[in-house]
Design a protein around this ligand. Structure first.
Ligand code: VG1
Ligand code: CO
Length: 580
């Protein structure tokens, strides 16, 4: 093939957000748009990471992925990349990409040096919806801010890109290696099975035999909803083929380019079918709900865990996994190195860390911040309130891993009573946890697609208020006299303990004397307008009060948050788009 040099002009909207560049498909298909971003990434990487590199290129299979893969292959070849690995049909979940970078050995013995992941995660897909791209590093984790800032700088000044226009399209449906001769030598593409490396890794972490026994028990029942995302490809292999679940326990497990027209976001609002089947919605299922249910997002890095008629908050989920990991999961049998959560995630994990005397870290929102801690051997288990849970087995959050962690805990707690006695349920595990550690009532209000200017003004208003705590407390007492005092208010700032880098403006916090918190952030993953996220949390360690409905328990704080921020005044919204 030949290398063409193509003149191009910069776009001014290619700043990567919390997790890569996400835009409407209509934006991504503009001439040169994707090309500029990919070339800017190559230019931001050192030549060593491009020339001779082995890159993984795949994603959640959303609309435009197949075209994007061919474009990236041609640009990789032109930029001196030695090999591109593609999951069959272009499918790899985000955690599987991370696993492939870290673990996979290529047909010729090679190892991957990085990846382009093609996904907009939990955002809808299709010609009128979202597409996304992000770069992951040699450790399997998302590019750190130093690199994404460089990429953004490059996108603002780019003048040309390189592409092997005459390279034939690669058949990504057929497993195998194809070789081409280029001006700098050989270039290969290798299409491989999307699931096998990931399945192998999961089998090395968990005791599949004990989970198989759980599945075999007539007392246990299971349901998994991939919301038409890429998780379905892994669910079939792991839950059905390896663990013996019934095929009928899988919902929406065939990956679709438009996720069946839905929002592939595993929460109580969007995972409607699962929520109904688990007996949680308004609709009462005709059949007795399963004992365990879970859902994933488009790229399968998120998870929602449900018990029979019971919702597990993601903040509780990571705390419970951390509290039970050593006993239930062979990978952790020699102990946890430490635990970490994102700032808006509830402090349930903090309490576990304290009880178990574990190192603990609080990082900004976004998985990229956990990677350094893990690389330095400081953190084993981590999580975010946004349905993200994971560990140092890879450098991304991992939806199926989280489900396997919960199944391991269930298998462990029930190991002696699968034949007789009562099944220890998901709800039992959570309520027992609250009895030991106290409960963090938690909710998140999302105001999606609000006017960007209005959102900025609301945030500025909240920052301005922080100048005087006595004034803040006076306003709050005027709203509700039954909430405690704000003792600290600030914008969260993080200094990475490993490389010393500083991340500012990571969310506005109001911290109350009794441990309650209000946090306000602007989303960094949307593709249009602004999304305001409001996180509300309250700690209760009186065991007689841990069984309340969370919206009811949090009502006073919600009222304070909405009035203090003047939410309706600024946004014109009387209610959030989504409550989780
Ligand atoms: C959201 C979540 C954040 C998560 C990020 C990527 O970011 O809040 O916790 O890490 O999505 O998740 P933001 O900036 O919109 O709040 V995924 O599954 O979309 O890659
Ligand atoms: Co995701």
């Amino acid at each position: 093939f030949k290398v063409s040099r193509v003149q191009s002009n910069p776009f001014d909207d290619q700043k990567p957000g919390t997790s890569g560049l996400r835009k409407k498909v209509k934006v991504f298909i503009k001439p040169h748009y994707l090309h500029n971003f990919v070339q800017s990434t190559f230019n931001a990487l050192s030549p060593l990471k491009v020339k001779g590199a082995t890159l993984v290129v795949s994603g959640d299979g959303r609309y435009f992925s197949k075209d994007a893969i061919q474009i990236i292959i041609k640009m990789a070849a032109a930029n001196g990349v030695r090999r591109v690995w593609v999951g069959q049909n272009g499918l790899l979940s985000t955690p599987a990409v991370s696993a492939v970078i870290r673990e996979r050995i290529g047909a010729d013995g090679s190892k991957a040096t990085g990846a382009f992941i093609l996904t907009a995660s939990h955002n809808p897909g299709g010609p009128n919806e979202d597409f996304g791209i992000k770069y992951n590093m040699e450790n399997g984790g998302p590019a750190p801010e130093a690199l994404t800032d460089k990429i953004y700088e490059n996108t603002k000044s780019i003048k040309e890109y390189f592409i092997a226009e005459d390279l034939p399209n690669v058949d990504i449906s057929a497993i195998g290696v194809t070789s081409f001769a280029g001006p700098e030598g050989q270039f290969d593409t290798e299409v491989f099975d999307s699931a096998s490396d990931y399945v192998k890794l999961m089998k090395s972490i968990f005791d599949f035999e004990s989970i198989r026994k759980l599945f075999a028990s007539p007392k246990f029942s299971f349901c998994y909803d991939a919301l038409h995302g890429v998780g379905g490809a892994y669910a079939k292999r792991i839950f059905v083929e390896e663990l013996g679940a019934n095929e009928s326990s899988l919902l929406n497990c065939t990956p679709k380019e438009d996720f069946g027209g839905g929002h592939p976001d595993p929460n109580l609002t969007y995972a409607k079918e699962l929520v109904a089947r688990m007996g949680l919605g308004k609709t009462n299922p005709a059949q007795e709900p399963p004992e365990f249910g879970a859902a994933a997002d488009g790229d399968a890095d998120r998870n929602m865990v449900l018990g029979k008629r019971f919702f597990v908050t993601p903040s509780d989920s990571v705390a419970i996994i951390a509290a039970n990991a050593v006993r239930s999961i062979p990978y952790f049998s020699s102990g946890l190195k430490g635990v970490a959560r994102s700032m808006p995630t509830s402090a349930a994990l903090d309490v576990v860390a304290k009880h178990l005397n574990l190192k603990f870290f609080e990082v900004p929102t976004g998985w990229k911040f956990f990677g350094n801690l893990m690389d330095a051997g400081l953190c084993s288990v981590c999580g975010e309130e946004s349905f993200g849970t994971g560990s140092d087995h890879i450098r991304e959050k991992d939806g199926i891993w989280a489900v396997l962690a919960w199944l391991s805990i269930l298998a462990y707690k029930n190991k002696d009573n699968l034949k007789e006695g009562k099944l220890v349920s998901v709800e039992d595990i959570v309520t027992e946890h609250w009895a030991t550690y106290g409960r963090h009532y938690y909710t998140r209000y999302d105001y999606e697609n609000v006017d960007a200017g209005a959102a900025k003004e609301l945030m500025a208003h909240l920052i301005k208020l922080q100048a005087s705590l006595p004034d803040v407390n006076k306003i709050i007492k005027g709203i509700r006299s039954d909430v405690s005092n704000v003792v600290q208010a600030d914008e969260f700032e993080y200094k990475d303990p490993v490389d010393g880098s500083i991340s500012k403006h990571q969310g506005i916090r109001y911290l109350f004397q009794d441990g309650s918190r209000l946090v306000f952030r602007l989303s960094g993953t949307g593709s249009e307008g602004a999304t305001i996220r409001l996180y509300i949390e309250q700690y209760e360690n009186d065991a007689s009060k841990t069984g309340r409905d969370s919206q009811e328990a949090l009502a006073p704080l919600v009222e304070v948050a909405l009035k203090l921020s003047k939410m309706q005044e600024f946004t014109g919204r009387s209610a959030p788009t989504v409550i989780t």
